[in-house]
Design a protein around this ligand. Structure first.
Ligand SMILES: C[S@@+](CC[C@H](N)C(=O)[O-])C[C@H]1O[C@@H](n2cnc3c(N)ncnc32)[C@H](O)[C@@H]1O
Length: 214
């Protein structure tokens, strides 16, 4: 009995490892868990994946949107091509207006969902890294103004620390509902937090809001 249990456990371990190896990154499990909980990506959707490399989230998104949807990934880094024809990759800095225009024309309009697991390059100095993370998060929100459909969903990674409460406050004005969560596969000690903005209120009102801040 004990041996059999051990064999079963081993089998399960290999099964899980094999399954894991089909994914490009451990991060895939985070999106899988987040999507299971919040039902973010549906069949037929257009999804923009900001900070997509090496492609773990895009891979999960492709599974969810199916053949009728599309996934567009953007990253500073190269990404190994996908076989799926409904995956488009743009290499570049998504904070640049040129890249944003490229995304807009590649998805032929706006996306139902924007996902961002983007993280800034780290200096090792806590305060500077937090500032960089907040700046990147602000950029993700600004991009949503141009690329997210009204009623759309934004899922973004950010880090708790200075600037985080203000970021949440801003998002609460822009989305009907805002949830924060840490998927089980996220390291407990890390300050990373995932924010889900559901029901994007729309572009006009938002741009006015942002002009005031700038
Ligand atoms: C944690 S990784 C993303 C992992 C990905 N979700 C996955 O599942 O494979 C963060 C990525 O964000 C990218 N990134 C950070 N800032 C960026 C920017 N301004 N423009 C494009 N990509 C950016 C980095 O190059 C890095 O590849």
């Amino acid at each position: 009995m004990g041996k059999r249990w051990q064999v079963e456990k081993k089998k399960e371990h290999y099964y899980k490892t094999a399954k894991k190896e089909n994914y490009r990154s451990r991060a895939s499990y985070k999106l899988t868990q987040l999507d299971k909980k919040f039902k973010i990506i549906r069949e037929g959707y257009k999804v923009v994946d900001l900070g997509a490399a090496p492609g773990g989230w895009s891979q999960v998104a492709l599974e969810k949107v199916g053949e009728d949807g599309m996934v567009l990934g953007v990253d500073l880094q190269k990404i190994k091509p996908f076989n799926e024809e409904n995956f488009v990759f743009i290499r570049g800095d998504f904070t640049s207006p040129e890249i944003q225009k490229e995304i807009y024309s590649a998805i032929n309009g706006k996306a139902e969902v924007i996902i961002s697991d983007a993280a800034p390059s780290l200096s090792g100095i806590k305060d500077i890294d937090q500032l960089r993370a907040m700046d990147l998060a602000e950029n993700v929100i600004k991009i949503s103004h141009n690329l997210l459909q009204p009623k759309g969903t934004l899922l973004m990674k950010t880090f708790q620390g200075p600037g985080y409460p203000e970021l949440l406050k801003k998002l609460k004005k822009e989305f009907k509902m805002v949830k924060t969560t840490k998927p089980a596969s996220s390291r407990k000690l890390s300050s990373e937090m995932y924010i889900i903005g559901i029901g994007f209120k729309g572009i006009k009102w938002l741009n006015e809001d942002f002009d005031e801040d700038e």
